[in-house]
Design a protein around this ligand. Structure first.
Ligand SMILES: Cc1ncc(COP(=O)(O)O)c(C=O)c1O
Length: 400
């Protein structure tokens, strides 16, 4: 009898974490490695948020909380949805979890039966298909095109819907492509979705506050209120407030679904850290100037990276609207020989050779379901980004 559960054979560990690990190993051996694999802001959590956590400890807010979150946080989240997205949710329609990741996990665990289909536009965040597979669901990947800035078209969405479709998982701005959908682009998709009342929409708005130029963020249910009864809107404080380690994510949606997620969480974690929850109350209710400041910094980095990558021979990099990732194509290098003598046949070969040759760690596009591309996270200093892009240019020039 096998010791490990069958479910594990349906799931693979995170490729992005594997790249970070490989970079660390090389660094430990004394190599000068620039790691552009991690998906977290390099800034520190703002002081007012840290102070709120310290105050919570000193007040003795150190006990179990209600499973779905402390009332002050659920109310702050409901207010956030009204203030920023013009969405009406009662605090009872809100659940707080241990990061956005757990919210997604619990939502899928609460709803996916074997054989249910989940539509996932590619490239996608690595965790979605693994979670769906873990619960016995069937992933239906819909490829997007670089010339369309990696955005799902209405026709491709409609063609993917079947009577078995349970969810569309929708992520804008996107990890890994940085693509963000405008109001009109969303409308084209929601016009399709209103026609299929059995399809639910799981929107991952984690990068809402990281959009550039004059881009105006919108979330699908805001564009099409008729989707309200079948949309779970997920968000969190990890990326917007540089709070990845605090582990706070949240979602709002129909009460029945929130209740089911609460039931799962009650047998799983009993809810997330009380101290982190008080910190998140301050993040959402306190001053928001941190967000604007960061956006400017990220936009400068994006412009630097896009421009330098487009000067590397064989690489073409679209300009993303948001998040802190770029997703350039390395198609021009496939079939070429790296300085080591190896012929690069896939984007995974490309990133392996780049790491070996120049000590730059990026993640191959095939991990995100669309290639030949690679993902760069530009959540690091301009100095390091400039050096990394210079090394990428040198590497590409050396490939024959
Ligand atoms: C698209 C996307 N969704 C969700 C998450 C999860 O965020 P959290 O750290 O809050 O679990 C991430 C984190 O990398 C992400 O990139």
């Amino acid at each position: 009898m096998a010791f490990l559960a069958d479910a594990l054979s349906r799931m693979k560990p995170s490729a992005t974490i594997a790249v970070a690990q490989k970079a660390r190993e090389l660094q430990a051996k004394g190599r000068n490695v620039i790691s552009l694999g991690a998906g977290e802001p390099d800034f520190d959590t703002p002081d007012n948020i840290k102070q709120a956590a310290i105050d919570a400890i000193n007040r003795g807010e150190t006990k179990y909380t209600p499973v779905s979150g402390i009332p002050a946080l659920r109310e702050a989240i409901a207010r956030k949805f009204k203030r920023e997205n013009d969405l009406d949710y009662d605090a009872s329609q809100v659940i707080v979890g241990t990061g956005g990741k757990q919210i997604l996990f619990n939502a899928l665990m609460a709803t996916v039966n074997p054989g249910d289909e989940v539509i996932i536009p590619a490239p996608y965040w690595v965790s979605y298909p693994e979670m769906v597979a873990l619960f016995g669901g069937t992933n239906v990947f819909v490829s997007t095109k670089q010339e369309n800035n990696f955005k799902l078209t209405a026709a491709d969405l409609e063609a993917a819907i079947t009577p078995k479709t349970k969810w569309l998982i929708f992520n804008s701005p996107s990890n890994p492509s940085g693509a963000a959908y405008s109001h009109d682009e969303l409308k084209a998709l929601t016009d399709v979705l209103v026609k299929y009342p059995n399809v639910w929409i799981l929107t991952d708005d984690m990068y809402e506050h990281l959009t550039f130029d004059d881009f105006k963020f919108a979330t699908p249910v805001q564009v099409e209120p008729r989707l309200y009864d079948r949309t779970l809107t997920m968000n969190g404080v990890s990326k917007a407030y540089a709070m990845t380690g605090w582990r706070i994510g949240y979602a709002a949606g129909p009460k029945e679904l929130i209740k089911a997620m609460d039931a799962i969480q009650s047998q799983q974690t009993s809810g997330t850290s009380s101290i982190s929850q008080w910190a998140a109350v301050e993040a959402l209710n306190g001053p928001q100037d941190f967000i604007e400041k960061n956006k400017k910094i990220f936009q400068g980095r994006r412009d630097l990276v896009v421009s330098m990558l487009n000067q590397a021979s064989g690489i073409s990099c679209p300009v993303p609207e948001g998040a802190f990732y770029v997703y350039p194509s390395c198609a021009g290098l496939i079939g070429k020989t790296a300085p080591s003598g190896k012929v690069m046949e896939t984007d995974e070969d490309f990133v392996t050779e780049l790491l070996e040759s120049e000590g730059v760690a990026v993640v191959h596009g095939s991990a995100f379901g669309l290639g030949p591309n690679f993902r760069i996270s530009y959540a690091t200093s301009e100095t390091l980004l400039e050096e990394a892009c210079m090394r990428i240019q040198r590497f590409c020039a050396a490939c024959k």
